[in-house]
Design a protein around this ligand. Structure first.
Ligand SMILES: N[C@H](CCC[C@H](N)C(=O)O)C(=O)O
Length: 275
């Protein structure tokens, strides 16, 4: 798919991890093409292809590949766990075992795990400046109703522990928290119901996108928050609206394991490059 001449159309792949869906553009060997306007145009579910995130693959920088993430509102995301796993599956092909991926957040490692793909999403950021938060507060107990935990996974997350995740009004509470002034770069919002020491049910409102069926970095942040609160062990299974992930907070970072799917290959008209 590494096509250099894109004057007649821009090839893309539609992929998803647990229903968290992506347009993937392989720009290795040429200039990157994504702009905020292109992301918004292609990201519209009415007027474009539609996606939760766009992932653009670029040549590696001391890594096998470099990966940039965009939300459907045209903003950048520093991390996207599910897209990282999908792109890893594509680059690994049938024979590859392990690759390194440069992202804004640093160098990530992904590897095949049977039919699944695992990625090390790195260590969580637990200093308020790194999340980032607007002022010095206890990240384990934010001064917000519901007593949430703030966790950075390259991107910011705010994790609420609730009795019943199904009962949460995601579209009401999500945007309210996303735009709370405590989060200068806005925030992804997770609602987690702890079922046992090794199982969590989680639902998510994503910054710049809205309700999605799953969020990999959000799943990592939720697993970390649950460990910090003493609610679960370091390895948990997590049920999201779109399926299951396994999270394991190890000495070298938070590993996330789950399925990936390639849906179809397509060609965007050259006009998207003028947007
Ligand atoms: N779905 C992604 C996260 C997107 C995060 C994005 N909404 C942001 O602005 O940080 C994941 O699997 O990690």
């Amino acid at each position: 798919m590494q096509i250099k001449d894109i004057s007649h159309g821009l090839p893309f792949m539609k992929m998803h991890g647990l229903g968290n869906d992506f347009v993937v553009i392989d720009s290795r060997g040429r200039e990157a093409v994504t702009t905020p306007a292109l992301a918004r145009t292609v990201g519209s579910r009415h007027f474009g292809v539609g996606f939760d995130q766009l992932a653009e693959i670029r040549d590696g920088e001391g890594s096998d590949i470099t990966l940039d993430f965009w939300n459907s509102d045209g903003t950048r995301a520093q991390a996207c766990g599910n897209a990282t796993r999908c792109v890893a599956a594509y680059v690994l092909g049938t024979d590859g075992e392990s690759i390194t991926i440069r992202t804004v957040r640093g160098l990530l490692q992904a590897r095949r795990d049977g039919d699944l793909i695992s990625v090390n999403m790195g260590q969580p950021q637990l200093d308020w400046r790194d999340v980032p938060l607007a002022r010095a507060v206890d990240v384990e107990h934010l001064p917000l109703e519901g007593d949430p935990v703030a966790v950075g996974m390259g991107n910011p997350h705010c994790v609420f522990f609730v009795d019943d995740a199904e009962a949460v009004a995601l579209t009401v509470t999500g945007p309210r928290i996303e735009h709370n002034p405590l989060f200068p770069e806005q925030v992804n919002v997770e609602f987690a119901e702890v079922r046992s020491r090794d199982e969590i049910r989680m639902r998510v409102w994503e910054r710049g996108t809205g309700v999605t069926l799953a969020c990999g970095s959000g799943a990592c942040a939720t697993a970390v928050a649950a460990v910090l609160r003493g609610l679960t062990d370091r390895r948990v299974r997590m049920e999201l609206d779109g399926g299951w992930l396994t999270l394991d907070w190890r000495d070298d970072g938070v590993w996330m394991t789950g399925p990936t799917a390639h849906v179809f290959d397509g060609l965007l008209p050259p006009t998207v490059l003028e947007a």
